[in-house]
Design a protein around this ligand. Structure first.
Ligand code: HAM
Length: 414
């Protein structure tokens, strides 16, 4: 039955994988809170227009990758391919415009119908932030520095930060004209994808992965020469801000990003450790998005990182607390152990007991669970209301009254 396999491009997260996933989210959540972020969770599906009108009609995501379906009420819905558009929608529908500046942290599953490979799934998870409400370059610097703090805290070192400015819409219109004029000369040599992009979205040709396209754009007019004063000043301030914080970066004139809502500063943290899927975290400014969706003109900047990609790069994992394992010997003791477990758990202690097996089997289970203590209770212990407590690290045993067990476990170090 093929339906018993996970759908292509999706994965079950469990065991070590989910521990790492949770640790990554926890680190990012904590670091974001240090920057003043509050958490937001928007729905996993939205009306299709939330994405189709904002990410770009000709973007790969909208054109080829969205999971779109009519629901039973014939509403056209889409599983979110990214988090930014949903948060912009929430900003408008929840009437948040009086509350700016707002800083949000989010995380959760995203869906894109892409060709699966290492680091690229159809259901994947992102964590990200959106800082909403200020056009100041300081907001860009804060967002980029938060990204770098998260990667550092995760112990991820082998990466490069690429940044670029795609300017405001005036700068981009002027640039697009010059770029098209240049590319028209090489029209027949461009890849099939780039031929289409020449008509709808020529700037995307700049970051084409096709080698012939890359040769052609190497000589193309430079975007930086078309930035107007406002765009240039804004970008220079960001660059100086990053230098001030000692955050290394590489100016990459060809970085344009695949989503339509960006303006001014865009950035990508890339690694060479993941093969073709080199982007681990990416984002930029999107001052026009909220207005485009029907809200008040509201500048914003943010980023998202692929949690699976971070997990592939991150050696750390969640250190789970060590449990205490109860081992009953006999029926009466079993009953009593269930009660003791219940009581200790109510006191916020991590205790477990196996459901069956003889003493040696249960002891093996205790060792396997990485328990620090095994608490053994048989008829003799029941009579005296004392438990035999064995330290599984050094093999030492001691007797502790049932009534003192909780104090003992609370004060003993793991
Ligand atoms: P994005 O570049 O499309 O930007 O995705 C951000 C990150 O999500 C990528 O750098 C990558 O790590 C991860 N990612 C994307 N697609 C996949 C996939 N199929 N499998 C695994 N990981 C993937 C955005 O999504 C923007 N919303 C970022 C942003 C936030 N811009 C402003 N605010």
């Amino acid at each position: 039955m093929s339906s018993l396999k996970p759908v292509r491009g999706t994965h079950d997260l469990w065991g070590e994988d989910i521990l790492k996933h949770l640790m990554i989210v926890e680190v990012a959540r904590r670091m974001s809170a240090n920057f003043g972020c509050q958490e937001i969770a928007t729905p996993i599906f939205e009306f299709t227009q939330v994405f189709s009108r904002t990410l770009g009609d000709v973007s790969d995501i909208v054109n080829k990758e969205m999971y779109t379906f009519p629901d039973r009420g014939n509403d056209e819905l889409t599983l979110r391919p990214e988090g930014t558009a949903g948060i912009a929608r929430a900003f408008i529908s929840e009437g948040m415009s009086q509350l700016t500046p707002l800083k949000f942290f989010y995380q959760g599953p995203m869906f894109r119908y892409e060709r699966p490979q290492k680091g690229r799934q159809r259901q994947f998870h992102q964590l990200g932030v959106e800082f909403i409400g200020s056009p100041s370059h300081i907001m860009d610097i804060e967002v980029i520095s938060l990204a770098s703090v998260i990667l550092n805290e995760l112990g991820i070192k082998n990466y490069q930060l690429d940044i670029n400015s795609i300017g405001d819409s005036e700068s981009r219109t002027n640039y697009r004209e010059a770029l098209v004029q240049y590319l028209e000369k090489y029209k027949n040599d461009l890849s099939e994808d780039s031929k289409k992009r020449l008509i709808h979205n020529p700037m995307r040709i700049l970051d084409s992965k096709d080698t012939k396209d890359q040769e052609i754009v190497a000589e193309a007019p430079m975007l930086s020469h078309f930035l107007n004063i406002n765009s240039k000043t804004n970008f220079d301030s960001i660059i100086h801000g990053l230098e001030n914080l000692n955050i290394g970066f590489n100016l990459n004139e060809k970085l344009v990003r695949g989503l339509d809502y960006y303006c001014h500063c865009v950035f990508e943290f890339k690694t060479q450790d993941l093969g073709a899927q080199d982007a681990i975290l990416a984002g930029g400014r999107y001052d026009g998005l909220i207005e485009l969706m029907g809200g008040p003109s509201t500048p914003a900047v943010g980023f998202a990182a692929g949690i699976e990609r971070l997990a592939l790069l991150c050696g750390k994992t969640l250190v789970s607390p060590r449990p205490t394992h109860l081992i009953p010997l006999g029926e009466a003791a079993e009953k009593s152990c269930v009660q003791i477990c219940y009581q200790l758990r109510k006191e916020n202690l991590l205790v477990d007991m196996s459901y069956s097996g003889n003493m040696s089997k249960r002891m093996k289970k205790a060792n396997k669970s990485n328990a620090k203590y095994a608490i053994m209770i048989g008829d003799e212990e029941l009579k005296k209301q004392n438990a035999t407590v064995k330290n599984l690290d050094d093999g030492q045993q001691q007797t502790i009254a049932f009534s003192k067990l909780s104090d003992f476990l609370k004060t003993s170090k793991n």
